[in-house]
Design a protein around this ligand. Sequence first.
Ligand SMILES: Nc1ncnc2c1ncn2[C@@H]1O[C@H](COP(=O)(O)OP(=O)(O)O)[C@@H](O)[C@H]1O
Ligand SMILES: [Mg+2]
Length: 457
Amino acid sequence: MARNQHAVIWTSVSGEPEKMGDLLLSAEQVSFTYREEYLSSGKAGFCLLGDASIWGADTVVYPVSERIPVFPRMLSLIPGANPRNLQRKRYLDLLKARLGREPLPGPETEWQLLMMGGHGGIGHVDVFQDDISAEQWYWSRASLYDDPGAAKRSGKRSQLWRMLKREVLDENLDFDPQLIEQLLGPTPSVGGMISKLLVSVTPTGKTPVFYAPGASNKKSVVLKVEPPEYRGMLDLEALCLDIHEESGFEVPWHKRMDDEDLHFLAVERFDQTADGLPVPMESLFSVIATGDHKFRETGDIFLEELGGKLDRLGQVANLAPDTNEQMYRRILMALLTGNGDLHLDNIALLGGVADCRLSPIYDPAPMRAWPRHNLVSAIPYNPEGYEDRGALFVELGGSFGLSDSQTRLCIHEALAATSSYAERVAALDRVPARQRQQLVEIVRQERLLLEKHGISS
Ligand SMILES: Nc1ncnc2c1ncn2[C@@H]1O[C@H](COP(=O)(O)OP(=O)(O)O)[C@@H](O)[C@H]1O
Ligand SMILES: [Mg+2]
């Protein structure tokens, strides 16, 4: 990129929109400087390790790379590069119209996508190209909530359905993206791989009725839309949310919904207070990458190192004391439910440096049911020197600072929590039989490997 790029970060963490500071991108690095008023307010910084309590008035810097072309915290504000990402398609179309040509792949386009979709997403950080755009956006968003029912009455909902059917189910339908924006507001980027929208829903209906995010008396949700090539995935994900909830994990309200050929999972947003104020949320991927400039991929650390990373974070942030144990428990649940996709963007921290903790559970989908996702753990581990995988996962407790007896209790409880899982998977008739059989067999094996070490449910 030949020229430096400038942008601004705003937040409405305290209820009123305010500017946090200025962002500058050069070919080598991205930097952020807090505004003095924001610095002295003591409010949460734009990311945990970029917090003002660590950097003071100094400019926060991060060396950019092709893989991470902005601050890691901003990656989740850029729509993901998978073919079905609704937001990326929409913004690339807008960009193409603005440029009069196809946008070139690379950091410049990613930056433009950040400017277009980097506000109103998950967490408390809103990125804009300048202060005027920020003010206009907050103003227009407020007016969107004045009459949340208006869009429904005017029939714009059918446009949204047409869009979802076209983009997710490949049906040959036209839709008007501007009408959808009038219904939902400009749809912000959300991370992850499957198509999703940030909307509000009425919690009782069987078929979903959607409103703009933040509409009053509705639930603000992440709405996941099932890709047709993964039939039943959202049933499995909902089952895994239930299993976690039943065994005492913090799990958001969630509901499976269907409408004709579209299948949804609505999950209540936990990056907001009851009054709808944004709560800082940052993935472990982002936290680790901000602190370690050599780290670029989930695969760049071993599972055995995760406890140490959390310990180090606990030296600069006030991290809930049971974080390491909870992390280990989540890893065991992932192993015993066939979720090989517990990567570092599927684990997040809520809150700022003064007070942060693991977020509730999200995205526990047991992806090992599909052969091409049949990986034991997205975060790699080093099996050398272990008799089998069971031995490794038993030993792993120690790397999270747990004693042998604590480790064995965690394993015992995870085995108990998942004891009826295979049966419940087998009963999910929307999931293809092949996927059910594969998953049941995988979790049977994983249980045996742990039970071999003298632990039972
Ligand atoms: N209930 C929720 N509240 C707040 N943020 C959420 C919630 N569920 C998911 N997210 C955020 O949205 C991102 C994508 O959701 P996820 O369920 O992981 O989708 P995918 O299956 O596509 O990976 C997550 O990485 C997380 O940042
Ligand atoms: Mg995910």
